[in-house]
Design a protein around this ligand. Structure first.
Ligand SMILES: *Cc1c(COP(=O)(O)O)cnc(C)c1O
Length: 493
């Protein structure tokens, strides 16, 4: 036998080892039944406890030996339902108020399924998914009033969007040669600015890009938790006098802690005067722009950013994960990332065409079809409906703030600017340490009992119950349930 004959006899040419279902009809009926389970899961979000801790036996059941032989699909589906679907974070529930978690939508779930059926790789080439992402980025440019020449890319979330934005800012400041030489060769010490309330992903990006987390100067905030402009100006002057190179200023459009907003217009003026790259972290708050007045006015100046990072998976209810960055200076963005080997050379023909490729605007080469669920969401609901859901959440937070102020058992700990309300339970005669413990315990009880899931934070040295409303399913009644349960639990301590 020749080598080729031997090879051909080994390779079963009639029945290659495909992973497709052996029986498509059986697959179809399993899949339809599972789709119903998933639809019921979303539809029934309100009917479950907000959160159910995962029992130890369930965690143990999940831990099985490395599967060498496969299981029939129905068995895998049953295991999914029993061990996994039953114990979610709870953020689809209308009384999930912790951190900033988006609620998702039924239409978004469908989009995820459609994207998986196409299994598109969105690093580049010439196919529909690339054009869907371009469409989504173009809509974002219009929403945030960025010029047509601005670039943008979908990301995992705001954290990665921030890394990409800062890499572009760094490339513009230091020039493209820096990418070869490395940041160690740079004599100048680049420094950036944000408020002490700004998100940790900003420091992390400084670290990751080799700029050093300590080169991000965190400026004190004022009584409404916005960056203090006088302190910022003073720090820039001092740094310049010390021979440092200020290059980046970050404004927050909605902080994670209490939803405070920096004066974006004033920061844009400072950035222009000092020739700093102006980045805005608008993870959730950027979307106040589509909520109508007065909310949209609170992010005035957002269209003056050099780069804007925001999420679809929080307030826009797109299923996890989906974030975005818009960058005014298209060239700086591309120069920070384009670097292709021969087998991916630019200017290809046919399927290898479709320039520009997304891989030249971010870290990833292989990229999923994240754009489809954003496209589905925007196209199906429309910006006005999404904006109304966001405005409702702001009104709910404002009402919560008023109720807290009107109830002697509660104390409001930070002004409600958007959709986050930080308050605490209190009773006369309890010292601060005791109050801190009680408020932590109240939150743990609310979560453990499945009633509601706020989170905690610290505001001015006090432990706060933090309620972030980012859920289109939340109603005023849900807020009332939270408050009455909080008082009832508080009184047991
Ligand atoms: C959530 C959040 C981030 C980080 O975004 P991810 O999508 O979680 O990476 C950054 N800034 C703010 C204000 C946030 O709320």
């Amino acid at each position: 036998m020749s080598d080729l004959e031997e090879l051909e006899s080994t390779l079963d040419q009639k029945a290659p080892h495909s992973l497709d279902p052996a029986d498509w009809n059986a697959f179809r009926s399993d899949a339809h039944a599972l789709l119903d389970v998933c639809i019921d899961h979303i539809r029934g979000a309100r009917d479950r406890p907000v959160w159910t801790p995962m029992p130890e036996e369930v965690k143990k059941d999940l831990s099985v030996p490395l599967p060498l032989d496969g299981l029939p699909l129905p068995e895998v589906i049953e295991t999914f339902k029993r061990l996994i679907l039953t114990y979610p974070t709870g953020n689809t529930h209308p009384r999930f108020f912790g951190w900033v978690h988006g609620a998702g939508t039924a239409a978004g779930m469908l989009a995820e399924m459609c994207a998986a059926s196409m299994n598109a790789n969105c690093g580049g080439r010439d196919h529909s998914a690339i054009y869907v992402e371009r469409q989504v980025i173009d809509w974002c440019r219009q929403i945030f009033n960025f010029p047509q020449t601005a670039s943008g890319i979908l990301t995992v979330g705001t954290s990665m969007a921030t890394v990409i934005a800062f890499a572009a800012a760094r490339a513009r400041k230091l020039g493209p040669a820096m990418r070869g030489k490395g940041i160690q060769k740079i004599k100048r010490r680049l420094v950036g600015y944000c408020s002490e309330e700004a998100h940790a992903c900003i420091r992390k990006s400084f670290d990751l890009l080799g700029l050093g987390a300590e080169q991000l100067h965190q400026i004190p905030a004022d009584s409404s938790y916005a960056i203090r402009l006088d302190a910022l100006a003073e720090q820039i002057t001092q740094d310049t006098a010390r021979g440092l190179t200020p290059f980046l200023l970050v404004g927050s459009a909605g902080t994670a802690n209490c939803g405070s907003l920096d004066d974006l217009d004033a920061l844009a003026d400072i950035a222009a005067k000092e020739e700093l790259w102006f980045h805005i972290d608008g993870a959730f708050g950027a979307w106040a722009r589509i909520a109508g007045k007065p909310w949209s006015q609170k992010v005035a100046g957002i269209d003056r950013a050099d780069s804007l990072a925001f999420d679809f998976h929080k307030w826009m209810s797109v299923p996890y994960d989906a974030g975005c960055v818009l960058i005014r200076d298209h060239q700086a963005h591309r120069e920070a990332f384009a670097m292709r080997p021969d087998y991916l050379a630019t200017g290809g023909k046919a399927l290898a065409g479709g320039e520009p490729w997304w891989c030249d605007y971010g870290v990833d080469l292989s990229r999923g079809f994240r754009a489809l669920k954003v496209w589905f969401t925007l196209l199906h609901f429309g910006l006005d409906n999404l904006g109304t859901a966001i405005a409702d959440n702001c009104l709910q937070a404002e009402r919560l703030g008023r109720l807290v102020e009107a109830t002697p058992d509660f104390e409001l700990l930070a002004p409600v600017r958007l959709n986050i309300c930080c308050f605490r339970y209190r009773r006369p005669g309890l010292d601060e340490a005791r109050l801190d413990r009680i408020n932590s315990d109240i939150v743990a009880r609310l979560q453990n009992d499945g009633i509601a899931a706020p989170s905690t934070t610290t505001i001015g040295n006090r432990k706060a119950i933090r309620v972030a409303i980012v859920n289109h399913r939340t109603t005023s009644e849900d807020i009332d349930t939270l408050l009455s349960a909080t008082i009832a639990i508080g009184q047991t301590f």
